[in-house]
Structure formats: C-alpha cells, structure tokens
Design a protein around this ligand. Structure first.
Ligand SMILES: Cc1cc2nc3c(=O)[nH]c(=O)nc-3n(C[C@H](O)[C@H](O)[C@H](O)COP(=O)(O)O)c2cc1C
Length: 316
C-alpha cells in the first residue's frame, strides 16, 4: 500500500507509529519511517519537566503489556535539540501533547505548532487538574473546551486521542469534532489494570495500576473505532492491539482511515511496519479490493463499499 492523502498531507502508507513507544529522537523516528512507517507520532510532550513513575513501569504479560510510565517529559521548552533535529526531517510527524488544564494545553500547543509538525495530537487521556483528577477524555464539556481552545491557537490539523474509559466514546468523539478536531485517534491504553506478585503479596508496577495495550485490547479498540465511525464524519486513526496485516484490515473495516501500532513494535521490531504493510497489500490483492473498499465495511456488509453511509463521509 502506498501514497495516502491524510488531512491534506502525503503519507507513504496508512500505518502510524503510536505515541510513547519510541520517544522523540529524530534519528530513531527517521529509522522507523525508513522501516515502512507512514506517520510517526512523538511521545506526549507536557508543560513542564516530569520524571514519570518509578520502575517497574512496563510489564510484558504475553498477549499484551501493562504500563504506568507516568508521562515523563523534558517539557516543551526544554527540547531545543529535538526540535532542531525534527525541523530538518524529511518525514511526516504527528506531535502529541498534554497538559493538566486547558491553559496548559494551549501553552504547549502554541509552542509546538510553531515547531512545524504536520499534525498536533492532543492526548486527552491524562488527568485533568481542572476537574480534580478526571480525564479530559471522559467528560464532554472538558473534551470540548480543550479541543476548541487548542484548535484556535494552532496552524496545523488537530487530532484528538481518546480513551476507552469514556462511557460513550462516540459521544466524546462527536464533541471533539464539533469543537474543531480534524481527526480522531483511538484508543489510548485500556483499563487501568493491576498485576499482583502473589509471593511478594504486592502489585508489580511501582505505580500499582497501569494501562493495557497489545493484542489483548484489540476487541476493545475495534469496538471503539466502530462506535466513533458511526458518530463522526472526520477520519479516524485506529489503534490498539494491531500486530498483523489482518488486524489492520479489521481496524479499517471498523472505520479507521489510518492504522496505528505501538506494542507491536516491541513484539515484532520496527520492521513491523513494512511487514504489516506487505501483509495488508497481500490481503487486499487476494480479496480483489482496495483500502477504500474496506474502510467502514463492517457497518453495512450487505450494501458493501457503495453504501450511502460511506459516501456521505468527508474525504480525509
Ligand atoms: C510504554 C507505553 C507508553 C505510552 N505512552 C503514551 C504517550 O506518551 N502518549 C499517548 O497518547 N499514548 C501513549 N501510549 C499509548 C499508545 O500510544 C497506544 O495508544 C496504546 O498502547 C494502544 O496501542 P497498542 O496496543 O498498539 O500499543 C503508551 C503506550 C505504551 C505501551
């Protein structure tokens, strides 16, 4: 699969590196691009330096991972070397940001927009100090406020990244669309979950609870993308548990325009992008169809790719 147009930008394929998996080093991200990734997402950048949680922060559960990394960040204005290196890049970048309040999101977004990313993704799955520890992404008013405020201060398309913790993720996605989001990214990690060391009689993660990712959350992610597709007409980056070309097909059928991978990079290495791209291309060829034919196909399997529901959507 190659040459996708997404929100007016050319991508070499529809595969996306998820945020937080390989950091913000331009050289490493360039290698990921060379290894077949269409769009790389930066690790979420916050308003001030933050260490994150103590180790252990990531545990492989087999079939998925649990993590409580705790959003470590140098802070948006302590990244001169990274911004300089990224300014000279020749690959598309999605810059993920977070804040503890709308004002913090706006401050980070304004600065990051000036650094010339291709897209800005707001991670609205982090605690909102304005709402006493709630997530922006589970509260309709908070989701609208932050999306709208960020949209007003940036010069690039805005992607809202949602949490499966929302009781009605379709509603949150619609609120973000109404507030000016150009695309939705779903999902962030699921849970939170906990793993207990029964001999030590204690939770294994230092932070005790953590978010689940990898193959074990794929059905949750597919359901979320399906619900979002029915609620909005903007494009969706579908991620959560995608590891193979067939997983990507499932995400497209749920309604994704692009498909992201995070944990799969740990399981299959950075070449997972070219491998999944090849698997996807082979699947489409074997089934005599294109990516366009299968986007949203699970919503109207009898009417197929020519259904009116599909035709009425905005083109990405
Ligand atoms: C170790 C780790 C760190 C992560 N850090 C971030 C982050 O900084 N910002 C963010 O939006 N998502 C973060 N995520 C969530 C991923 O971007 C992704 O949404 C999630 O892992 C589901 O996709 P996957 O099953 O393909 O990994 C992180 C996930 C992991 C495993």
């Amino acid at each position: 699969m190659d040459n996708i147009t997404f929100l007016g930008k050319q991508l070499k394929n529809p595969l996306v590196l998820a945020s937080g998996i390989l950091g913000n080093n331009a050289k490493i991200l360039e290698r990921v691009h060379q290894a077949g990734c269409g769009l790389v997402t930066l690790k979420s950048i916050g308003p001030a330096p933050r260490d994150g949680h103590k180790n252990p922060t990531v545990i492989d559960l087999g079939g998925g991972m649990i993590n409580a990394v705790g959003l470590p960040t140098p802070g948006y204005d302590h990244m001169d070397a990274e911004w300089q290196a990224l300014a000279n890049r020749d690959f598309p970048v999605n810059a993920s940001i977070y804040g503890g309040s709308v004002a913090e999101f706006v401050k980070v977004a304004q600065f990051v927009s000036d650094q010339g990313p291709d897209f800005i993704e707001i991670n609205i799955s982090c605690p909102n100090s304005d709402l006493h520890g709630m997530l922006f992404g589970v509260d309709e008013k908070a989701a609208f406020a932050v999306t709208n405020a960020v949209k007003n201060v940036i010069a690039v398309p805005l992607i809202a990244k949602l949490t499966p913790a929302a009781p009605d993720i379709g509603k949150i996605a619609k609120v973000c669309e109404d507030a000016g989001a150009d695309a939705i990214c779903a999902i962030n990690t699921a849970g939170p979950g906990m793993v207990i060391d029964i001999e030590a009689r204690t939770p294994v993660l230092a932070f005790k609870k953590g978010g689940l990712s990898g193959p074990m959350i794929k059905p949750v992610a597919v359901r979320c993308v399906y619900d979002i597709y029915r609620a909005v007409s903007i494009p969706i980056i579908g991620l959560g548990g995608v590891t193979t070309g067939e997983d990507a097909v499932e995400m497209f059928m749920a309604g994704a325009t692009l498909v992201g991978m995070g944990s799969a990079v740990r399981y299959r290495g950075i070449h997972v992008f070219e491998q999944v791209n090849r698997e996807l291309t082979d699947w489409l060829a074997a089934h005599h169809c294109t990516r366009d034919d299968i986007i949203g196909a699970a919503h109207d399997p009898i009417a197929g790719p020519d259904s009116t529901a599909k035709k009425s959507r905005k083109t990405p």
